[in-house]
Design a protein around this ligand. Structure first.
Ligand code: PLP
Ligand code: ZN
Length: 424
């Protein structure tokens, strides 16, 4: 691999454990002192960024992708970016959900609308730019499915060879995406955590560019673009709290990084509370939060939930996720699989957004937060919907069955239609 070209707006990489600083030309992944737990943060020269990125220019920009924030991303200004249209996902106001829950305002940002249908495209786009900057022959990741589909799709858009590790239990739609995009797919006979460890070993042995969450410091940077969009979409007047589902913790850490950037640029004064939602069956952060445990030494928790995208026994972006919640006065909540499944039709009917289980979990978290009085009538709440319902059709079918809805079977005759409607 070749050395990274100097990016003048990136000052350094900083270890979140020991605060040691590294030159991005010397270190690609974690802090050499701390290994896997030594997640690095990208530190910018905000004065230089501010001289290149103006609110006025953003307002006038016709770039409806995440690359409208290129001056605030860890890539060279002249770097070619993948052609897929990633980012600038829609934000919807959901008044019926707000009144049903007794909340001031509810908004839904639909990242199921990304090219490969999940939030992960934001991170994988940066990974592919970095891999090509490094002239990597192969880029690799382990994933519960969506990060894989994202890396696979973005790689396909530029012809970048890649090797993907997913647990064999990954939903079929996600595996189909990988195969269609032409990745080398390794279905690991084990959990996501095992797939992750295997991918790490392979990347090291074969010298592949490694996209893995919590290891690659740049994934947070791609994910932060969602918050930069939220800032623009709300015209600078951010909501009071953001509900976001949490597995490895990279998305919530990314949203916090976006807020940190906005603060450093002087564009916001206060941060919304970031409320992380986990599944009861995979609730590492909720346990750590409630029991005040050290996430660097806490052993893996069980990981068993219908929401496969947030099934992570040992979350890989632990430090950034905990910091996101702590620094914003937020909270970690756990929702049951039944609550997650119920949230799929509730969000679909109330806002017209069809979410996969892990994405609907954000909304399930809002239902619980409203119930517990964590949010209320004075609050404006943003729900991040992180992936499309088409990612996991069997789970959606289970959800509607649980909700007691069934289609009526009719003979192809009008009389049968009348009978069926009368029977409803
Ligand atoms: C990955 C993912 C999440 C969780 O993101 P983390 O960074 O792992 O916390 C939530 N929802 C969906 C749909 C995802 O794919
Ligand atoms: Zn360190």
């Amino acid at each position: 691999m070749i050395p990274t070209p100097t990016l003048d707006h990136v000052l350094r990489l900083e270890c979140l454990v020991c605060r040691e600083q590294y030159d991005p030309a010397d270190v690609d992944y974690v802090c050499p002192e701390h290994g896997a737990v030594g997640t690095l943060d990208v530190v910018y020269d905000y004065e230089l960024v501010a001289s290149r990125l103006k609110r006025r220019d953003l307002r006038d920009s016709h770039d409806t992708t995440m690359w409208r924030y290129k001056a605030l991303l860890p890539v060279h200004p002249d770097a070619a970016v993948p052609p897929l249209s990633i980012g600038w996902t829609p934000l919807y106001r959901a008044d019926r959900l707000a009144s049903a829950l007794g909340i001031g305002e509810v908004w839904v940002k639909d990242d199921g609308r990304q090219p490969t249908a999940s939030f992960k495209d934001r991170a994988s786009a940066v990974a592919v730019v970095k891999a090509r900057e490094r002239r990597a022959e192969i880029v690799t990741t382990a994933s519960t499915g969506n990060a894989a589909a994202a890396l696979s799709g973005v790689s396909a858009s530029v012809g970048q060879p890649n090797v993907i590790f997913v647990p064999e239990s990954a939903p079929q739609a996600k595996v189909a995406q990988l195969l269609a995009f032409g990745s080398t797919v390794l279905l690991v006979e084990g959990s996501y955590d095992q797939a992750f460890d295997l991918c790490m070993e392979a990347a090291e042995r074969f010298g592949w560019y490694n996209r893995n969450t919590g290891v690659n410091p740049y994934m947070t940077e791609g994910k932060k673009t969602a918050m930069l969009e939220v800032f623009e979409q709300f015209e600078g007047d951010l909501p009071d709290a953001v509900m976001v589902s949490v597995g490895d913790g990279c998305i919530i850490g990314g949203l916090h990084k976006g807020l940190t950037d906005l603060t450093a640029l002087g564009w916001i004064e206060a941060m919304p509370r970031l409320i992380g939602v986990q599944a009861e069956g995979s609730s590492f952060f909720v346990q750590a939060w409630e029991n005040n445990e050290n996430v660097l030494t806490k052993p893996a928790a069980p990981a068993d939930t219908v929401a496969d995208s947030i099934s992570a026994g040992l979350p890989r972006d632990r430090i950034k996720a905990m910091k996101a919640v702590r620094d914003t006065g937020g909270e970690f909540l756990a929702v049951s699989d039944a609550e997650i499944l119920a949230a799929i039709p509730a969000l679909a009917r109330g806002a017209g957004v069809f979410a996969e289980p892990a994405a609907a979990a954000s909304y399930a978290g809002l239902v619980q937060a409203a119930d517990r009085g964590i949010v209320g009538a004075d609050d404006r709440i943003l729900v991040m919907s992180t992936g499309s319902g088409l990612k996991d059709v069997p789970a959606a079918m289970e959800a509607v069955e649980e909700a007691g809805v069934e289609p009526a079977r009719v003979k192809p005759e009008l009389g049968a239609v009348e009978e069926a409607l009368a029977a409803r």
